[in-house]
Write a protein that binds this ligand. Structure first.
Ligand code: NDP
Ligand code: GDP
Length: 327
């Protein structure tokens, strides 16, 4: 039975990847950082009904000793490094923490593997945010990077450390440059989930307005369920490499609002307002990925449309709020 260790197992991607790998017959270990709210941190695994099937091990990305211990104990064939301070807006308020977790944390994991488990295959969760002020209309593996936030700068360090372990030590280390991907399990602070949650509240009479920042920014949004499959495919290849994962379609925040409100028979123009303090010090205006290499080499294709994802997210938020109202 193959085994894997997933850092960030309590996050959106960690939960979907766990379920996917369990389905592929893996023994799944998940790194769990100590929290005073340990009763709620497994909520996403619960939502997918797999909490009992994932073996949780103590550890924190900023504590190299804990990573070495985890790797020694779990003896994973594959390690997926998904843990991060992953919210761009927070990275200006906590830039050093973001650097320590999102940047150095990845280097710690690579070192832990180099010391204790060099044969393990490694996946690094890189981000389209690294393209930032993108220098090509559609970004692929050859597009130059121009990070626009402490988060993106930290991810870029982690990306190059991954490449460097491959080139220096022959590690089977892959960097997946994933464009934004969402789902009902997306953190509520990200714009898509904030919108679908807002739509549900307004529909149920719990709120009247939804404060948002820049509505003109555009993102290439896919579904997390599709994207975790790409992570696994990267580690299935004969040689390690880096891949862009994207849908190729770019949509504005305003258009996402229109779709989500329309799904609930509401109009975004009646409810979306300018929220104070939601504009960022530097913005990534447009992202649109070109995943031709992933299609060609991995045989990967997105299968879930933006419209279907919006519907799934709005339905899930309506169900959550209805359940809370009944409780
Ligand atoms: P989430 O924010 O949902 O999950 C982040 C995870 O990291 C959580 O499990 C969190 O644990 C964990 N974590 C944070 N700090 C530490 C730490 N110091 N030690 C150990 N674990 C820690 O992110 P997503 O699932 O959305 O994304 C997964 C990865 O992919 C992230 O690295 C993200 O930056 C990257 N990415 C995501 C994209 C997206 O659109 N979703 C796009 C491109 C890249 P806890 O539950 O305790 O907070
Ligand atoms: P990001 O691409 O990783 O930064 O993902 P987010 O979902 O946090 O943000 C996507 C885009 O939505 C960015 O351009 C934000 O400026 C924009 N945006 C507009 N209003 C909001 C808001 O209220 N919250 C968030 N998180 N983003 C917003």
């Amino acid at each position: 039975m193959p085994s894997c260790l997933i850092t960030g197992v309590t996050g959106q991607d960690g939960a979907y990847l766990s379920r996917f790998l369990l389905g592929q017959g893996y023994r799944v270990f998940g790194l769990l950082r100590r929290s005073a709210s340990s009763d709620v941190v497994g909520e996403r695994l619960d939502w997918l009904g797999i909490r009992d099937r994932v073996t949780l091990v103590d550890g924190n990305l900023v504590d190299l000793s804990s990573l070495i211990r985890a790797v020694r104990d779990c003896e994973p064939d594959e390690v997926y490094n998904l843990a991060a301070q992953s919210f761009v807006a927070a990275s200006w308020r906590q830039p050093l923490l973001t650097g320590q977790v999102t940047g150095l944390g990845a280097a710690n994991m690579l070192e832990a593997l180099r010391i204790a488990r060099p044969q393990a295959r490694f996946y690094q969760a890189s981000s389209s945010e690294m393209f930032g002020q993108a220098r090509a209309p559609r970004q692929n593996e050859t597009t130059p990077f121009h990070p626009r936030s402490p988060y993106a700068a930290a991810k870029l360090y982690a990306h190059w450390m991954t490449v460097n372990h491959r080139e220096s030590f022959g590690a089977f280390a892959c960097s997946g440059i994933l464009f934004n991907h969402e789902s009902p399990l997306r953190g509520i602070e990200f714009v898509t989930r904030k919108i679908t949650d807002g739509v549900a509240r307004i529909k149920l009479g719990l709120a009247r307005e939804l404060p948002l920042g820049n509505l003109e920014a555009r993102r290439d949004w896919g579904h997390a369920r599709d994207y975790v499959r790409a992570m696994w495919l990267m580690l299935r290849q004969d040689a390690p490499d880096d891949y862009v994962i994207a849908t190729g379609r770019t949509t504005s925040i305003r258009e996402f609002c229109r779709l989500a409100f329309y799904y609930a028979q509401l109009s975004h123009e009646d409810h979306v307002v300018a929220g104070p303090g939601l504009l960022r010090p530097a913005e990534v205006d447009v992202l649109q990925g070109d995943a031709a290499k992933a299609r060609r080499v991995l045989g990967w294709e997105p299968t879930i449309s933006l419209e279907d994802m919006v519907a799934e997210m709005v339905e899930a938020d309506l169900a959550r709020h209805r359940a809370r109202m009944r409780a």
